[in-house]
Design a protein around this ligand. Structure first.
Ligand SMILES: Cc1ncc(COP(=O)(O)O)c(C=O)c1O
Length: 360
């Protein structure tokens, strides 16, 4: 059986690796907010019930107005969709049959959506373990490309690319008429979040993707948006199913966008958890990526990651495998940052792993 393409739903990972799933487990494979959804969302959720009786507002007016004012862009520059994933599909639909460059390792849906739209894909693989954006290497390739996908902060490494490198790339792409789809699904997990949104007026070739899934811990709701020039928004809109954003998602989105304090508390919480983990990992000989967000890559330099993956799954620890990330090819495991209780279990398992490894 093929390994699952994404984190979450760990039963598929257990099945594909033929490891018996324990009765209880800790899922580190889905990188969503460990504090969960904002309290206000839970409180107000019952009041949304009546909204299922009507079709959703296909123009998504209320939420679009709110997001436009918060993002300080025109309402014509925003399009909401059924999660960031739908918006990735729409960008790929817009690029059907064209040449697309994907800066790897990166979220696997870019390639999946582009393949489904008969794009010709070139992968540019950055060198581990720095994964520095190699602008010099990329520049000669841009001429032949219609678009480029770049994810910063990056999933799966958790690292943010240097601003000057991203801007240099954007400038070169603008000159060559190459669209840049910049995925900021995790930008709000960084201390002092930085967004390229302010550059939208300089770069008409820039499309920014946002997901509301991660920060607001609502993968089951499905909500995300795109920020771009109104001309691009019109094209994306023309491919979007009429009611793809449910009334429940619209209501949830309006509440979550106002939850600035929840976001600030989340960032502080994650930083604290990461500090403790980093301190621990230094003592283990395990290598971890310099993540700026709520997940990180980890590798045991002495052994094939498959051993560690199986070992952890047997003990009810579920990491995200990396076999379907070009450039990682399964050598690393990705872990979400979670809470103290989960980390205590994780650290204990790694301590045991160290002892186990020395017997192999
Ligand atoms: C980088 C990145 N972009 C977009 C998405 C899609 O997010 P959503 O759940 O909102 O569809 C994900 C989901 O994992 C992601 O990691």
């Amino acid at each position: 059986m093929q390994l699952p393409l994404h984190g979450s739903n760990p039963q598929y990972l257990y099945q594909s690796l033929r490891v018996t799933m324990p009765d209880s487990f800790y899922d580190f494979s889905a990188n969503i907010n460990p504090l969960g959804p904002p309290a206000g969302l839970k409180e107000q959720w019952p009041s949304f019930f009546e909204s299922i009786l009507e079709y959703p507002d296909h123009e998504n007016r209320e939420l679009t107005e709110l997001a436009a004012s918060m993002e300080q862009v025109s309402e014509k520059s925003i399009l909401f969709g059924n999660g960031g994933a739908e918006l990735i599909s729409l960008t790929a639909r817009m690029l059907a049959g064209k040449n697309v460059l994907i800066i790897q390792p990166a979220f696997s849906e870019y390639a999946a959506a582009c393949l489904a739209n008969q794009c010709t894909i070139t992968n540019y693989i950055l060198k581990e373990p720095e994964w520095k954006l190699d602008v010099e290497g990329l520049l000669p390739l841009i001429k032949e490309q219609d678009a480029l996908y770049l994810c910063t902060p990056n999933n799966p490494t958790g690292m943010s690319y240097a601003k000057e490198d991203v801007l240099q790339l954007l400038t070169a792409c603008q000159k060559e008429n190459c669209l840049v789809i910049l995925d900021e699904a995790f930008y709000d997990f960084v201390i002092d979040p930085f967004t390229y949104r302010t550059y939208l007026s300089y770069f008409v070739n820039l499309i920014i993707l946002r997901s509301m899934t991660k920060m607001f811990a609502m993968p089951g709701v499905r909500l995300g948006y795109v920020l771009a020039h109104p001309g691009i928004i019109d094209v994306l809109k023309s491919f979007k199913p009429h009611w793809s954003v449910s009334s429940l998602a619209q209501k949830a989105g309006s509440i979550c966008l106002r939850e600035v304090v929840h976001q600030q508390e989340t960032v502080k919480y994650i930083e604290k958890q990461k500090r403790q983990l980093q301190f621990f990992y230094k003592t283990t000989g395990l290598v971890v990526s310099q993540s700026s967000v709520n997940f990180y890559l980890l590798r045991d330099p002495e052994l094939d990651a498959r051993h560690l993956l199986t070992y952890l799954l047997e003990r009810g620890i579920v990491p995200r495998h990396t076999f379907n990330f070009p450039g990682l090819d399964g050598k690393w495991l990705r872990f979400a940052v979670k809470g103290e209780r989960e980390h205590a279990v994780l650290m204990e398992e790694f301590t045991q792993w160290k002892k186990h490894r020395s017997t192999l």
